[in-house]
Design a protein around this ligand. Structure first.
Ligand code: RIB
Ligand code: CA
Length: 330
């Protein structure tokens, strides 16, 4: 896989995705950039630093990005992620300054230097700013894997829209259009697949049994999220969207889908909706690879085997995690 850039808005599920990416040797993380989404970009940087400290990877640089969407008023998702963006765990701040350099400048310099993949886990504001400034750098993007959008699943912040693309629809629309013009495809990890990835109380307990320290950290940041999902989605558990995008970047076999032209609506009641032309009415070349199938059990085997550690620092193999056969639905 090689070097990657992670653009995110941590955020509870972003944090779990960071933990998975850091635990995956296939990914060499060149840097983390934050964007206003779940929480303001600055708070996202502070939360990303808390995750890096937990993972003992303070060597990974974090750059703060765009504070507001391209044109829409900024609306955060603290109702879902808590006032601190980490489930009101209020983990101690990790001291230290962030680089003066803006996230978009870091992204530009990185891609100018070499081809890298981008794991986009928040609104696409930083990426839109980058490609507005330097559309030529799209050719330097090995793969753009974006958690966002939805093909046939209902929205999570409107009947039809997923939050990342709803929060900054102009940015998402621009990126998909730019990729169309460049003859490239964005890998769209939308709600069709991420809704299948549910972290349940039993899974949390299992994680704590296997690796008390890491399990306790995950429980600390997801408790609030569990309450939110019971209240607003009537489920026992919480949908963890972003880690699936990280798993897919490591190994595409975690999801399958199809190529299509996709546009993003920017106005009106369908703001943020991804209009996936699966029947090719518009006869436009595909600019997206839309993922629609996944195997939650395979994902959970991967997530637990990578993120949790044995007392001797080793990893559990699939046979040792066989309880997942009964703990994971679907
Ligand atoms: O709609 C879910 C997405 O929006 C996730 O990336 C979540 O972290 C929020 O950014
Ligand atoms: Ca996110």
């Amino acid at each position: 896989m090689g070097k990657i850039l992670i653009d995110c808005d941590p955020g509870i599920d972003d944090s779990l995705a960071l933990m998975l990416a850091i635990s995956s040797p296939e990914l060499e993380i060149a840097g983390i950039t934050t964007v206003s989404g779940n929480v303001p970009a600055q708070m996202g940087g502070e939360n990303a630093r808390k995750v890096l400290k937990q993972m003992n990877r303070m060597d990974i640089p974090i750059y703060i990005g765009e504070k507001v969407p391209l044109s829409k008023p900024y609306v955060d998702a603290m109702d879902t992620h808590g006032r601190d963006g980490l489930g009101e765990s209020f983990l101690p701040a990790v001291p230290g300054e962030f680089p003066e350099k803006h996230a978009v400048d870091f992204l530009e310099e990185s891609l100018e230097r070499e081809k890298m993949s981008i794991l986009a886990l928040g609104p696409m504001t930083n990426l839109a700013r980058l490609f507005k400034r330097r559309p030529d750098l799209i050719d330097q993007v090995e793969e753009l894997v974006s958690m966002g959008g939805s093909f046939k699943s209902h929205g999570n912040c409107s009947p039809v829209a997923e939050y990342n693309y709803w929060c900054d629809p102009e940015a998402a629309a621009f990126c998909y259009e730019q990729f169309a013009q460049a003859g490239r495809k964005i890998h769209m990890i939308g709600l069709d697949v991420t809704r299948r990835i549910v972290l349940t109380p039993n899974l949390l307990s299992y994680m704590e049994r296997l690796d008390p320290e890491t399990g306790a950290f995950i429980r600390k940041i997801t408790g609030f999220y569990l309450d939110f999902h019971w209240e607003y989605e009537g489920i026992i558990g919480c949908v963890i969207n972003d880690p699936l995008a990280a798993a897919y970047l490591v190994d595409h076999s975690f999801c399958c889908g199809f190529d299509s032209y996709t546009a993003v609506e920017t106005e009106g009641i369908c703001r943020g909706q991804t209009v996936v032309d699966s029947m090719n009415f518009w006869k436009k070349a595909p600019n997206s690879h839309v993922l629609i199938e996944t195997d939650p059990k395979e994902f959970m085997y991967f997530f637990l085997s990578r993120v949790l550690k044995k007392k001797d620092g080793g990893q559990w193999n699939k046979e040792e995690l066989s309880l997942l056969e009964t703990l994971v639905q679907g």
